[in-house]
Design a protein around this ligand. Structure first.
Ligand SMILES: Cc1ncc(COP(=O)(O)O)c(C=O)c1O
Length: 395
């Protein structure tokens, strides 16, 4: 029977998240009995720490089952504002500038939708997480890919951004540590980008969802870089998903100028209202019980670091080109070129079909000559998956 459905122009250009598509394919193959090693998922493989689960159970028993205010419960917004103020060196941050959302994904969508619209160009340092492009296009703005140099770990400089800017440029979406490369912008690099954005009157959206997962040095926040400066056009996005192994709880937030926060809350009031009440209480425990949190995060980061060391050792020994990861939990690997216009996708397909290893093609991050391996998976899987990747590259 032919379908009666024609997608509206709102979503005509929308594509499914490629990272989720890979995971779905790997799960389907597994369900069919294939021993697939899934290095596609961008999700910590640890349970949510017990003290957070306990706090959620207590909150449920105490009746945390009803609507809350749209931008979230006040104690959670307060602690988010306090922690932002600490980063800013004691400047005051009002809870009125904080909106809690259903994952940092919704916080990012809210920000893109209220800040940008038709006729606006937004610079996206690329490779970049697949959803920024789609969110900007849903807002009818135009994402402009800005490629960073290979010898700068694919990070962009103010010079790269200026070269891509036009009179229509309204903002930039930063992400450090970066998905998919694991590259990390240091304080000086963030300050230089802020200087340019200030000069040009651009909005800066900083997606800091991986900030707690850093190895050789702590990852600075854009708020650290903004100490002592005007913050008129900054929106910082964070959440509990990656740092606290809380992907399924769906809690993220934005810290923004209060009038922007108000606009985002108004948008959210017509889409999802408040983020799940009990999950907000779980996030409150994660942010306020700092000693337990720090212990839990340190243990997870140590496990990621062991896998990072094992994976990078295999790649280095095989002389394969990859970005040295300083944060997050990804290895970004360059695929031998050949004549294929999308070598990453061809390689990922062969790796899955012939070696039972699922990875994400770089096309998902607008850099088709690469693949992304996630090491948010057991050490043995990471070692075996990288070993088979190396083997296929050599073969
Ligand atoms: C760069 C980046 N930002 C945001 C998100 C979304 O996180 P959340 O689960 O908080 O919506 C992800 C998830 O993969 C991500 O990689």
């Amino acid at each position: 029977m032919s379908s009666v459905f024609t997608p509206s122009s709102n979503v005509a250009d929308l594509t499914e998240s490629a990272t989720i598509a890979v995971s779905s394919r790997a799960k389907a193959l597994r369900a069919a009995g294939r021993p697939v090693i899934d290095l596609g998922a961008g999700e910590p493989d640890f349970p949510t720490p017990e003290f957070i689960r306990d706090a959620a159970k207590r909150a449920l028993d105490a009746g945390a089952t009803r609507y809350t205010a749209v931008p979230g419960i006040l104690p959670l917004r307060q602690v988010i504002a306090e922690q932002a103020a600490e980063r800013l060196g004691g400047a005051s941050v009002s809870p009125e500038g904080v909106v809690v959302s259903t994952g940092s994904k919704q916080a990012l969508f809210n920000a893109c939708f209220v800040l940008f619209g038709p006729g606006d160009d937004v610079l996206v340092p690329t490779p970049a997480w697949t959803s920024y492009y789609q969110m900007l296009m849903l807002a009818r703005a135009c994402p402009i890919a800005v490629r960073g140099a290979r010898d700068a770990s694919l990070k962009v400089t103010p010079g790269d951004l200026e070269a891509a800017a036009t009179s229509r440029t309204r903002g930039i979406v930063l992400n450090s540590p970066t998905n998919p490369t694991g590259a990390l912008y240091d304080l000086g690099e963030l300050q230089a980008i802020l200087d340019l954005a200030e000069q040009r009157g651009w909005w800066v959206l900083s997606d800091e969802i991986y900030r707690a997962i850093a190895y050789d040095a702590p990852a600075p926040s854009l708020l650290d870089a903004a100490r002592g400066r005007p913050r008129a056009r900054l929106v910082v996005i964070d959440g509990v998903a990656k740092a606290y192994a809380m992907t399924g709880w769906r809690i993220g937030w934005s810290v923004a100028p209060p009038e922007v926060a108000q606009s985002m809350a108004a948008l959210q009031s017509h889409t999802t209202s408040n983020a799940t009440t009990v999950a907000q209480y779980a996030a409150l425990a994660a942010l306020t019980q700092r000693a337990e949190s720090q212990r839990a995060i340190a243990a997870m980061v140590a496990a990621f670091d062991e896998r990072r060391a094992a994976g990078t050792r295999l790649l280095r020994d095989a002389r394969i080109d990859f970005v040295e990861p300083r944060g997050a939990f990804y290895l970004y690997i360059r695929v031998p070129r050949g004549s294929d216009p999308d070598p990453g996708t061809a390689f990922a397909r062969r790796l899955l079909e012939t070696r039972d290893v699922a990875v994400v093609p770089g096309a998902a991050f607008f850099t088709p000559e690469w693949i992304r391996i996630s090491y948010a998976a057991p050490l043995d899987d990471v070692v075996e998956g990288v070993r088979r990747t190396v083997e296929l590259m050599a073969g």
